[in-house]
Each structure stands twice: as C-alpha cells, then as structure tokens.
Design a protein around this ligand. Sequence first.
Ligand code: CO
Length: 211
Amino acid sequence: MENLYNQLLQNNKKWVASKLEKDPEYFNRLSLGQSPPILWIGCADSRVPANEIIGAEPGEVFVHRNIANMVVHSDMNMLSVLDYAVNVLKVKHIIVCGHYGCGGVQAAMTNKHIGLIDNWIRHIKDVYRFHQEELNAIENEKDRFNRFVELNVVEQVLDLGKTSIVQTAWESGQSVHVHGWVYDIHDGLIKDLDITLRDNKSLSDVYQLDI
Ligand code: CO
C-alpha cells in the first residue's frame, strides 16, 4: 500500500520530466490560463478517464465527474461547473459521457439498499420510471442494462438543456452543443447517441424558458 502511494509521486516526477524534455515551456504555458472548448460530464468510474479516452491534453477539456454522470438540477457542484464552463470559459461543446457496465445504473435497476448513495441513485431510478415501458419490454437483462445506460445519458442531455444556464446561452446567440455519448469499457470505443441539442425547441414545452 505504502509502495503504491510512493509510486504515485515517483510517477508524477517522471511525467514532469518527460513533458519538459519535449517542451521546456510546457508548464509555463499552461500556467498562463485555460480556454478548453469542451465540458465533459462523465462517470467517476476509474475505467473512464476523460482526457485519456479522447486523447485530450491538459488544458483541452473541463471535467466534471460523479456517479453515473448525472445532471441533477439542485447539485450546486454541477451547476457551478456548468456556469463557469458556459459563461466564463465559453465552451462550445458539452458532452455527457455514460458507459456500459456502469455500477450506478446497474444498482438503479435493483432494489438493493447500499447506504447514502441510495438517494443519489434515486435520480437514476426516475430515468427508469420515465422509460419503464421500453425497458421492461427488453427481456435480456444485459440488453436492458445497456439500453438503460443510453437512456440515462439521453435524460442528462435533456436536463442540461433545461437549465437556465444553457437556455440563457442559447438565447444570447452563444453556440453551445450538448452531446450524448456512451463509452464501451469492453473495447474502448465511444458511441455517439446522435441526440445533440443546439436549442430548446426539442424540450417539452413546459421546460422552454422565455428568456
Ligand atoms: Co459508471
């Protein structure tokens, strides 16, 4: 355990050395500021490291991660990240990236009581309830699980569109595209669900704000 811990600090020193070897100004340049064009909202799962799977370097993607890549509209952490990304960094793309095999989504399909996390998972259970007709009709449990992962991403993309933050940006003419992706932990490939939002027109009428 102690070895692993020390190894992390050693790894950091090696990483710094390798970056400086290629570019002596690397950290000086990064220290000047950031203007990433992308906000990533992904799962906290250790197998889905945002930058690595899309080949992004430090400075290229603003990242928010939580269990099951949720956009919960009372989550101050998510809202602060979103507000900063849209209104200060002026990101052009927001990507919600779920992943097959997501433990949070799987737990939401069961009646298992885990602890405090039950309350977070309730938001995912809501997604099941919205789509229960489609999901209950899928007999194969793995297929149902996979589809649930996808539908959870769809709902989070819509939830981003419903925020006053994103709708205000759209209304002011700022180009913000909200995308839904699913990462496959079995082969490393990302599937674009092709559900990109560019305005509030595809939201249910009651969510369209007069801004
Ligand atoms: Co997950």
